[in-house]
Design a binder for this molecule. Structure first.
Ligand code: ADP
Ligand code: MG
Length: 502
């Protein structure tokens, strides 16, 4: 499964080092109401307008578990191919924070709702890696302190207080910043396919804490062989990285920092650090020595969470086709593993592709989508959901290329036309006379015109058969790009008496 270690090393002053990465991801559960109250979860509401007495931590209020949130956690667990625990426990994690009115967070500690699972990630070079999932547990989010509303006072907004989060913890199975970013992308795709989290990193619906350590070459393989963490270096945790780009930067910076410390004779202190994207550095927030003792204990207001296997099975039946299965199906239809993994990364993109590829060559459809459609979307700053030309219309264009109604070159012009002006591609081809010329009379006439204008080149081509390509280009020009290149080639060979392989 794991590729030769060679390309995963960082070079220091004293030799090469391995990086080891594990992640804790907080994903906000998609549900109308909060984990233990009926208050709304709508993003962007007026401050403190989505707050019940429970979320505000009023004395004597009793939490009631939201069945929808439990279902979403189970769904996610199934999507992560993980063990679903039919019995789990909610614990109080005690600490003080101005935006945590209860004085504790209800979380799951020793007995989470979801156990071990795995996520397959696809890398650029076609390699696939399995990242082990340690657990997934449900917990409440805290409120938010606002420090920029008043010169002397801070305010607290409790709208977020009590919203359900899934904390997804990986095993330390990632080795490069590319793998870390690929993992988060894949996890985001899975929860979005499942409809259990919107994956919106800008709005904070998904945030990642990234644990990074470095060790001498061979340490990681020993760790994988016997499972002992003693083969790995001491880790530092980078808190709340909220963009794919910053993940890669933060990991690179942190690994190099650790290597420098160790090579200068120092040791790494286990600590929590913050990534400052403006200066591209991680900075210490707090050391593990100062870490809180949370005094976890089972929340006496909540019974153990129990459900039946039959309920889990019923949820499993409603899962959509997930990215890995879709990818396998796309590969089966003729796509490369990498192309398929790019297409399945967004469900909307995969759906568009499937419509586009109906009845045409899979590879041709994928190329058309990648080069022509995504290229234009990128240029115009649009996403696949705003694409101005439907998959059905593009499918017609691909069909016209493959049945030689139009050339590949004309097809691009045609897409430009319908992209900006709209209209049905077949109608546009008819109306503007864009059909490819296969009529040999017209092609022969064009060839004669080119020959007549370039007698010197006719002499040359006899000695240099490669020059035939130049003639093809000239004839294409003569016909306004509408001649069928294969027909031109054939006619030129006969006319100029060229050998077949020319
Ligand atoms: P905590 O609860 O203190 O954060 P955990 O044992 O739950 O500690 O681990 C948190 C994360 O750190 C996990 O994602 C795990 O994979 C990762 N991790 C543990 N040890 C290492 C290490 N030596 N290097 C990199 N990541 C690590
Ligand atoms: Mg942690």
């Amino acid at each position: 499964m794991n590729a030769p270690i060679k390309n995963k090393l960082l070079k220091g002053e004293t030799g090469e080092w391995e990086i080891v990465i594990g992640m804790e991801v907080h994903a906000q559960v998609l549900s109308q109401s909060k984990l233990f109250s009926g208050a709304s979860t709508t993003f962007g509401a007026d401050p403190n307008s989505n707050v019940s007495f429970i979320d505000a931590g009023f004395p004597g209020m009793l939490p009631v578990i939201n069945a929808k949130c439990v279902e979403q956690a189970v769904r996610t667990g199934l999507g992560l191919k993980a063990k679903i625990n039919l019995r789990s426990i909610f614990d109080r994690k005690n600490y003080f924070f101005p935006d945590l009115p209860q004085g504790y967070q209800i979380s799951q500690y020793k007995d989470p709702i979801v156990g071990e699972g795995e996520v397959l990630i696809d890398l650029k070079d076609g390699e696939s890696i399995k990242v082990g999932i340690e657990r997934l547990h449900l917990e409440q989010d805290a409120g938010k302190s606002l420090h920029d509303q008043h010169p002397d006072n801070s305010f607290v907004d409790l709208n977020r207080s009590g919203i359900a989060l899934m904390e997804i913890v990986t095993k330390p199975h990632m080795r490069t910043s590319e793998e870390a970013a690929a993992f988060l992308k894949k996890l985001r795709a899975i929860v979005r396919y499942l409809g259990t989290c919107d994956g919106n990193m800008d709005e904070g619906s998904m945030r990642a804490d990234i644990n990074v350590s470095v060790c001498r070459v061979g340490g990681y393989d020993k760790f994988r062989a016997d499972g002992s963490f003693k083969h790995l270096g001491t880790r530092c945790e980078i808190k709340n990285v909220n963009s794919m780009r910053f993940i890669a930067q933060a990991v690179e910076y942190e690994a190099r920092r650790q290597i420098e410390v160790i090579e200068a004779g120092g040791t790494i202190a286990q600590e929590t650090r913050r990534y400052d994207s403006k200066v591209g550095e991680t900075r210490s927030m707090r050391s593990k020595e100062e870490a809180h003792d949370y005094r976890y204990f089972p929340d006496p207001d909540l019974l153990p969470l129990e459900f039946e296997q039959s309920w889990v099975d019923a949820i499993a039946k409603t899962l959509p086709e997930l990215p890995d299965e879709k990818k396998a199906r796309f590969v089966q239809s003729g796509l490369s593993a990498y192309d398929a993994s790019v297409l399945v990364a967004e469900r909307e993109l995969a759906d568009y592709y499937e419509e586009l590829a109906k009845g045409v060559d899979a590879k041709a459809a994928a190329n058309w989508l990648n080069n022509e459609i995504l290229g234009r979307l990128n240029r115009d700053g649009l996403s696949i959901t705003d694409v101005p030309v439907s998959a059905h219309a593009n499918n017609a264009i691909i069909q016209m290329i493959s049945d030689k109604t139009i050339s590949g070159k004309i097809a691009k012009d045609l897409l430009d036309i319908v992209w900006t002006e709209g209209g049905d591609p077949r109608t546009v081809v008819e109306a503007r006379g864009m059909k490819q010329v296969t009529d040999t009379g017209a092609i022969d006439a064009a060839i004669e015109a080119v020959i007549a204008a370039n007698p010197d080149k006719v002499e040359e081509v006899k000695a240099k058969p490669k020059l035939a390509a130049w003639f093809v280009g000239q004839v294409m020009k003569q016909t306004g790009g509408k001649a069928n290149p294969a027909a031109v080639n054939a006619a030129l060979k006969t006319r100029l008496n060229l050998p077949d392989e020319g």
